[in-house]
Design a binder for this molecule. Structure first.
Ligand SMILES: *Cc1c(COP(=O)(O)O)cnc(C)c1O
Length: 524
């Protein structure tokens, strides 16, 4: 059983740690708070880490995805495509094609145009897509949390717009199967949340009767709250289950038999408290009356989402508080926690209470399992991503590091269905997919491979997706290739990339080489 300090020593800081045991507890708590029977969708937006997604799937949650990267993550975690829900505004044809060919059939339609495009993609593959209509309703009075609907919005159909245009719901290739609401997020106030969900139930029943659209699936959204980057507990929704069951009984009496199936979605409630960020203080300084602690993690790793750190008070604690951290006087020990980025926006906390903080200290931001790393500005300034360590209770399950890699694209490749998954992790399991695009490598690379592996291009020009192993790449040849590319391009391939996936094909190796070349060819 490793402590956070031991994990930090083993993998370095900054470091995200996610505890699967907490994810299981959160799913149980959510189920206990919801009327049964009901379905829970995990919104991958909160954290697409494959280990978390897989744990929630094992617990019986389905997945709600909104992009090709999230689709790939859900499939990789073992979700059957037919059980996924695809939502989000602005779905483009390529992602719809990919989702449908993977076997997805359930979509949340955000507008008439969206519905038509879903239908066109379905028709092209000879199938019918089941669609829930995302409704932007006025909602209940006395709201809680961040309202998503009831005002002008890019999300969903306005109720009035739907009423006048019933005929447009008969889009070819689609079948309306129900409705989708997502009126709020992060609702701490149970009464407001109950009122909102009850209002959605009533609106759904009314719309069904008024428009004559079927209601087999009613996705009520969620809005279940969780603390973010600050100590605290998930709220307990004590009366939601009974109160909402009564509203469902009254308005949609078939729900207990699955007509409609009642569904909820959650991101932050399910994974928020599973994660923490361990970061090291790299410098402590005093500037014109203010104390600063500079951390090795900033808005590139946490709180980058719309500058959340500026809006919300994030807070870190010493990993192992010692006597030097005791508060002497009420306003002593107040420091600004800045990150390593060269921008004044890189502040994670102002006025953090950290008396006695020193260079080398480890700090922890709690409750950052949701909207942490993947909601941040990873590409900005090029610091590597923190390692993400998955633990289960005390056992370490996996450790991975997310990487942004640049690779060559063909004209129009950006819109094609089989593009690379943007959420690639540097594990041996990735990058083994056949790569049909011809990367722009140079002659030196080609002749070097040819010399070490004559079999490779015996039958013509070097193919990007040829298997290097089949061409005779054993461990000796691998070392030779490694040494020669490193000296040819004056690069050092990091240990993390010395995995089978790198040496799978000419293209996979070139991707690593060319990315390193770009880094070394920066401004002198
Ligand atoms: C963001 C989002 C969610 C998840 O929100 P949480 O507040 O993390 O639970 C669910 N559904 C939709 C449609 C969303 O946009």
């Amino acid at each position: 059983m490793a402590t956070d300090r031991e994990l930090a020593e083993r993998y370095g800081t900054p470091l995200y740690v996610y505890d699967l045991a907490r994810v299981r507890t959160a799913l149980e708590d959510l189920r206990a708070a919801l009327p049964q029977p009901s379905r829970v969708y995990y919104s991958l937006k909160a954290n697409p880490h494959p280990g978390l997604v897989a744990e929630l799937r094992r617990g019986g949650a389905r997945a709600e995805v909104t992009s090709r990267g999230e689709l790939a993550a859900a499939l990789a975690a073992g979700h059957p495509a037919a059980e996924l829900m695809y939502s989000g505004p602005g779905k483009v044809r390529a992602e719809l094609d990919e989702a449908i060919s993977a076997g997805m059939r359930t979509f949340s339609a955000e507008s008439f145009g969206d519905l038509e495009r879903i239908g066109e993609a379905a028709v092209a593959q000879g199938v019918t897509a089941d669609c829930v209509l995302r409704i932007n309703a006025a909602g209940a009075p006395g709201q809680a949390g961040l309202r998503m609907t009831g005002a002008p919005s890019q999300f969903g159909f306005d109720l009035d717009g739907l009423r006048g245009e019933r005929a447009r719901l008969l889009a070819r290739g689609t079948r309306i199967v129900g409705m989708h609401f997502f009126p709020l997020t992060n609702a701490r106030d149970e009464e407001g949340l109950r009122a909102e969900l009850a209002q959605s139930v009533r609106t759904a029943a009314e719309l069904r009767d008024e428009l004559g659209v079927p209601l087999h699936l009613l996705d009520l959204g969620g809005g279940f709250a969780a603390p973010y980057a600050t100590p605290g507990e998930r709220p307990v929704y004590r009366e939601l289950r009974t109160a909402l069951a009564a509203v469902l009984d009254e308005n949609l009496p078939g729900w207990r038999d699955g007509e409609p199936v009642v569904a909820f979605e959650s991101g932050r409630y399910l994974v928020g408290d599973s994660g923490r960020l361990v970061t090291a203080v790299t410098d402590v300084k005093h500037s014109r009356g203010k104390d600063y602690a500079v951390l090795d993690s900033g808005i590139n790793h946490l709180g980058g989402l719309s500058g959340l750190g500026r809006l919300l008070p994030l807070s870190a604690q010493p990993l192992e508080p010692g006597p030097e951290h005791a508060v002497d006087a009420p306003d002593e020990g107040s420091v600004t926690l800045a990150g390593p980025l060269c921008t004044p926006a890189d502040v994670l906390a102002r006025a953090a209470r950290l008396p006695g903080v020193r260079s080398g200290d480890l700090l922890v931001f709690p409750n950052v399992g949701a909207y942490g790393l993947s909601a941040s500005l990873l590409g900005f300034l090029g610091h590597p991503a923190p390692a993400e360590v998955l633990v289960d209770g005390g056992e370490t399950v996996s450790a991975t590091r997310l990487a942004l890699t640049r690779h060559a694209v063909e004209p129009f490749d950006g819109l094609r269905a089989k593009d690379a998954n943007p959420m690639t992790e540097t594990t041996a399991a990735t990058a083994t997919a056949p790569d049909a695009t011809a990367p722009a490598w140079d002659e030196a690379y080609e002749s070097l491979l040819h010399e070490v592996l004559p079999r490779l291009s015996a039958k013509g020009p070097l193919r990007p997706d040829s298997s290097l192993k089949a061409a005779g790449l054993d461990s000796l040849a691998m070392v030779e290739v490694l040494v020669r590319v490193e000296s040819e391009y004056s690069i050092a391939i990091p240990d993390a990339d010395l995995v089978a996936a790198t040496f799978a094909t000419p293209a996979s190796l070139w991707r690593v080489v060319s990315a390193l070349r770009e880094q070394t060819v920066g401004p002198a």
